[in-house]
Design a protein around this ligand. Structure first.
Ligand SMILES: Nc1nc2c(c(=O)[nH]1)N[C@H]1C(S)=C(S)[C@@H](COP(=O)(O)O)O[C@H]1N2
Ligand SMILES: [Mo]
Length: 264
């Protein structure tokens, strides 16, 4: 990359016209980088957004400029996550009467008692979070068509906290600079990796309710991932640990030949 930039700069100084394809590629790369700035803006500088645009005092002009940059970053952030592709939602009347149970790898009834979510933050420090803390966060209700790679689908109703809201509450802006989020069951026997952009999708939730009731053990009590932009395999039941990584985290079904992204 650095070599490439130097090359281009030299060519520019020599008055050569820009190679359009190269410029496009570079614009795309800087777009990806700006996405990180957008994440920082989204999570870190919220207070600034809510300040009046025209403030009094010597810093008013500077703040206005900075705000303009933040707004631009926020727009990039909006495009960097596939949030504009929303999964179709359904009315309550469409919800399936008997939700299917599929897959019990890593499910452990004993792990529901005294459960705490282990959140591994940057530099390896771990925060243990109770279900009460998670339930105190803003709640999102979602009724959508759940799809399994085995070929079945069902309209199901889930509720919990959006992962984006969870990340904001626990100040995960540094962690989210990583390309992937890893999740595993308390016993570590079922595990998935999900690209960070999909985790931040507005319909991705850490769910604690199904059909208005606490999730039952076979559906992943007390907390599971609901991620409508992915097939069922990524919707990990009974989350024990969440961590962040720039490399693809170990993934149970990717190891067995399925596509890592498993996107819909
Ligand atoms: N811990 C755990 N989570 C899991 C699985 C599993 O075997 N273990 N199976 C996955 C698959 S393949 C599907 S289709 C869904 C099924 O969720 P459900 O049983 O609530 O319908 O859970 C996913 N999450
Ligand atoms: Mo599945």
């Amino acid at each position: 990359m650095k070599e490439q930039n130097k090359d281009d700069l030299q060519r520019f100084n020599e008055g050569e016209p820009y190679d359009k394809q190269k410029v496009n590629r570079r614009t795309f790369l800087s777009f990806l980088t700006l996405g990180a700035g957008g994440i920082a803006a989204y999570f870190g500088w919220n207070r600034l957004y809510h300040e009046p645009l025209e403030s009094e005092g010597a810093t008013a002009g500077a703040r206005k400029t900075l705000r303009g940059v933040l707004n631009a970053n926020e727009q990039v952030f909006d495009k960097a996550v596939p949030g504009n592709h929303l999964a179709k939602t359904y009315p309550a009347s469409a919800v399936v009467k008997t939700p299917k149970v599929n897959g019990d790898v890593g499910l452990d009834a004993k792990a529901i008692e005294d459960w705490k979510l282990q959140l591994v933050k940057a530099h390896g420090t771990t925060t243990a979070i109770t279900i009460a803390e998670i339930k105190a966060l803003p709640k999102t209700d979602l009724t959508f068509d759940f799809k399994c790679v085995e070929g079945w689908e069902q309209v199901q109703r889930w509720a919990g906290v959006k992962f984006a809201d969870f990340a904001k509450h626990f100040n995960l802006q540094n962690e989210l600079m990583n390309k992937h989020v890893g999740l595993k069951t308390p016993d570590g026997k079922y595990y998935v990796g999900v690209d960070t952009a999909s985790m931040l999708h507005p319909q991705t939730i850490l769910a604690y309710e199904m059909n208005g009731q606490p999730i039952t053990p076979d559906h992943g009590a007390p907390l599971r991932l609901i991620i409508p932009v992915k097939y069922g395999i990524k919707n990990l039941k009974q989350i024990g640990t969440i961590f962040f990584s720039n490399e693809r985290p170990a993934d149970y079904w990717a190891e067995r030949g399925y596509d890592y992204f498993a996107g819909l």
